[in-house]
Design a protein. Structure first.
Length: 269
């Protein structure tokens, strides 16, 4: 199975961002990508004022464009994330579309990015967003997949819950920063892959020095053995990575962690 990752520059112009995304999806589809992943907040800057200004309900400009990209290119499209408005509340939401353009999943970020690191990053998503409350799994003809957004990946219980529900890959639109990225990005993704013996794929925006929030970039694909199969730098790029889901079963048979789990011992599953 071939994945297409889009680490794109995000600007303040939503129309331009959608055009960049559409061109990148088309190019990756031509290279044989079957699943294409956009970054967190691919359609607007990562800042609370932009979340409020650019928020849309499902069926608006962004989701309509994502559905069209998936349908025209015959790919499963994980549409990064966007500020979604629903009944007066805003959510950091990822929509997934099948090859015919139908929406097959929606994940609302469950763990909001509220951080205050001394001499480092300060940001409070909860100033704007409401947290989601669902574990998101979706099934396709290519396999069963889990979906989360950025800060969600820090919570190992969520990744384990997705694995126990059959996820073969966990996809994660994300946007770490220059405080947390160098410290935790790679090791966290490798840990989630090793613990759950599945592929982990995260896609971030490219670094933009003029933005108020500086994305760390480094979009990444990790194997169920914890190997980094691909990792970008910080600049804009898009690329394909081939993965083999049979590796999950191979590793789980040789090192039976999930089948050896004792839920009653921990009382949390």
């Amino acid at each position: 199975m071939k994945l297409g990752l889009i680490q794109m520059n995000v600007c303040e112009n939503k129309t331009k961002n959608l055009k960049t995304a559409a061109e990148s999806v088309k190019n990756l589809a031509k290279q044989g990508a079957e699943i294409v992943i956009l970054p967190e907040m691919f359609c607007c800057p990562y800042e609370n004022s932009a979340f409020v200004r650019e928020a849309e309900a499902e069926g608006g400009t962004v989701t309509t464009a994502l559905s069209q990209m998936a349908r025209e290119n015959r790919v499963i499209l994980i549409g990064g994330s966007m500020p979604e408005e629903d009944h007066g509340k805003l959510y950091n939401t990822s929509f997934v579309y099948n090859v015919d353009g139908t929406r097959i999943a929606r994940h609302r970020k469950a763990h909001l990015f509220d951080i205050n690191v001394p001499n480092g990053q300060v940001f409070y998503e909860s100033d704007t967003f409401t947290a989601g409350d669902e574990i998101t799994i979706f099934k396709t003809n290519l396999g069963t997949f889990g979906l989360c957004i950025c800060f969600d990946m820090r919570f190992p219980e969520l990744a384990r819950a997705m694995a126990l529900r059959g996820a073969q890959v966990i996809f994660c639109p994300a946007a770490f920063n220059n405080t947390t990225g160098p410290a935790h990005w790679e090791v966290m993704h490798r840990a989630r892959a090793i613990d759950n013996q599945l592929y982990v794929v995260s896609v971030a925006p490219a670094a933009n020095p003029s933005a108020s929030y500086h994305s760390y970039g480094h979009s990444i694909v990790v194997s169920p053995w914890g190997e980094v199969l691909a990792q970008a730098e910080r600049e804009e790029c898009s690329f394909c990575v081939e993965i083999d889901l049979a590796k999950n079963d191979e590793i789980r048979k040789s090192l039976p962690l999930l089948s050896g789990l004792k839920p009653n011992l921990y009382g949390i599953y």
